[in-house]
Design a binder for this molecule. Sequence first.
Ligand SMILES: *[C@@H]1O[C@H](CO)[C@@H](O)[C@H](O)[C@H]1NC(C)=O
Ligand SMILES: *[C@@H]1O[C@H](CO)[C@@H](O)[C@H](O)[C@H]1NC(C)=O
Length: 160
Amino acid sequence: MMAPSKMSFLIASLIVFAAATPSAMAFSFPAILPCIPFLPRIPLFPCIEPTPLKEPTECRTPLLKMLPCAGFLAINSSVAVPPSTCCEGANAVGMEGAAICYCRVVDGEIQQILPAPMNFTRMFSLTDECGLHFRLDALAENCDGDGAPPMTLPSPPAGN
Ligand SMILES: *[C@@H]1O[C@H](CO)[C@@H](O)[C@H](O)[C@H]1NC(C)=O
Ligand SMILES: *[C@@H]1O[C@H](CO)[C@@H](O)[C@H](O)[C@H]1NC(C)=O
C-alpha cells in the first residue's frame, strides 16, 4: 500500500503529464495533410481543411488533373511507373478540395475522360507509386455510390 503523500504526488504528476501532452503532440505532428471529408479523422494526425470547402458539383474538372496518369493506367500499358505529373495531379485533386472525387476514380467513372480502359490494379497502386497520403482501396470501401458528385452535370431538360 502506497503512502497517501506518495499517491497524491503520483496523481499530480499524471495530471501535469496529461496537460502537457496535447501541446507536445501538436508540435510533433504538424497539420500538413488535407482532410478527406467522408473519412473519420485519424487521431494524432491533424489535417488541414482544403480550400475551397465547398464541395465540387461535378468531378470531371478536378479529375482532369489526373490525365497525365492515362498512359500508366491503361490496360496493356507498357508504362512501368506513373510520371511525376500524374502524381502531382493525383495529390492536387484532394489538396484543392475535391477529395470526394477520388470516389469517381475508384468506381471507374474516371474512365469517361481516359482514352483507354483502366487497369484497376494499377489505379490502386497509385497509393504507393505516388506516395499518396491515403489508401485508394480504403477510400473505395467508404465511397457511397450516390454520395459523390457525378462526372458531369446532367444537361438541362430540353425545352427549358
Ligand atoms: C490487351 O491485350 C490483349 C492481348 O494482347 C488483347 O486481346 C486486348 O484486346 C488488349 N486490350 C486493350 C484494351 O488494348
Ligand atoms: C494490370 O496491371 C498489373 C500491374 O501492373 C499487371 O500485372 C496486369 O497484367 C495488368 N493487366 C492488364 C490486363 O493489363
